[in-house]
Design a protein around this ligand. Structure first.
Ligand SMILES: *[C@@H]1O[C@H](CO)[C@@H](O)[C@H](O)[C@H]1NC(C)=O
Length: 381
């Protein structure tokens, strides 16, 4: 753990250099303390949602999320710490070391505050700034709302960062634009669209860090059919996973759910120690976080109706019911019944208290194909 300790010290040194009061920011910028993404930095542009500007017809707003960190130098040290930890749990990394290194690349990332980047967005009038990445508690993360101007009618746009001279990386992310009307689909990821075995810690760790991801059989076809029957709904994936898993989840959705792509809202997690990050992944309590992200969507698209899809392992029924009872226009909630979870009638009755019975449905895997025949756009559920 020697390196982990010294990285913590390094991170603190960077923080104190950059955690300046706003008034000193301009001066600091002039001295070159707060700056653009350098060749020694990394930047992630997350897949982000775009929506119409309520105050300015024709203008598109984006809530652009980005994360700046020190570019990783020694992945070997992080992966041996993680392998050793997995060994104590009885998980053998075996020949999956390359996969492990790829998946945990960000778990040891050291976020950088005070960074900003100019992003040009294909097809839109304006370039946008990512917004200054924050200090603690969400070190290096930024979620900023920016005006893209007129983006025409394209729904999937690409935002690409302008980097410094000589830095020839291409850093980009997708921006999904959708009108404030029609339907959207809010979807969980783990055990709803992807087999994660959330209820079994060891299996969850394996499926998250070592194994090739597998779609829940039938769900990709269902999402393809929803993309048509709901007339290009905005798909939004709200997951309790930390942002460090974004590249993995994004690649999975891009390949297994290519007809149902959309922004992925992940949790902020600031840890320097990758072992703590794995503990977070296996213990995350997500209800308040997920409801807050549905509120965020509701503010962007106050006139959209939503089909909410989740599963019975964690708190999706409670989350979707809470959002419905707050007045979010959830037309219908579908809950995948996962073996081993609390699937009792009492649980669902309690979770969905206040929600009319014809607004939610608990389904088994055998029922997945038939879900495509339900006319959600016409008000069925
Ligand atoms: C994550 O961090 C960003 C940047 O500080 C912040 O704007 C956002 O609200 C945080 N999200 C949550 C769910 O706390």
């Amino acid at each position: 753990m020697q390196l982990l300790k010294s990285s913590a010290i390094l991170a603190l040194a960077i923080l104190s250099a950059n955690a300046l009061p706003a008034a000193d920011r301009a001066a600091a910028e002039q001295r070159g303390l707060l700056d653009d993404i350098q060749i020694t930095d990394d930047l992630i542009i997350f897949d982000s949602p775009a929506f119409p500007d309520p105050n300015n017809p024709g203008n598109t707003l984006v809530q652009l999320q980005s994360f700046a960190s020190l570019r990783q130098i020694d992945l070997g040290v992080v992966s041996s710490a993680v392998s050793a930890f997995l060994g104590t749990l009885g998980v053998d990394v075996g020949d999956s070391l390359n996969t492990l290194q790829e998946r945990i690349r960000l778990l040891g990332a050291i976020g950088l505050p005070g960074k900003s980047a100019t992003i040009s967005v294909s097809g839109c009038v304006n370039e946008v700034e990512t917004g200054e990445t924050s200090g603690l508690p969400n070190l290096g993360m930024s979620i900023a709302t920016a005006s893209l101007g007129d983006c025409g009618s394209a729904t999937e746009l690409t935002g690409t960062a302008s980097l410094t001279f000589l830095d020839n990386r291409k850093i980009s992310g997708s921006i999904f634009a959708s009108p404030d009307s029609g339907f959207g689909v809010i979807s969980d990821i783990d055990d709803t669209v992807k087999i994660s075995n959330v209820l079994d810690t060891l299996e969850l760790i394996k499926s998250t860090l070592l194994d090739e991801p597998k779609a829940v059989p039938g769900m990709p076809e269902l999402y393809t059919s929803l993309a048509a029957s709901l007339n290009k709904p905005q798909f939004v994936y709200i997951t309790g996973s930390p942002f460090q898993l974004f590249p993995f989840l994004n690649d999975f959705l891009d390949s297994a759910y290519s007809t149902a792509k959309g922004p992925i809202f992940t949790q902020n997690l600031t840890v320097i120690d990758p072992v703590q990050a794995i503990q977070f992944i296996t213990n995350s309590n997500t209800q308040a976080y997920k409801v807050s992200q549905i509120d965020r969507l509701q503010a962007m698209y106050p006139n959209k109706k939503w089909l909410a899809i989740g599963d019975s392992t964690q708190k999706d029924p409670e989350v979707y019911a809470e959002a419905f009872n707050k007045g979010v226009a959830i037309s219908c909630a579908w809950i995948r019944q996962v073996e081993g979870a609390d699937n009792s009638a009492e649980r669902f009755a309690t979770a969905f208290a206040g929600v009319p019975p014809d607004k939610f449905r608990v389904f088994t895997d055998a029922e997945i194909p038939a879900l495509a025949n339900i006319e959600v756009a016409g008000g069925e559920c």
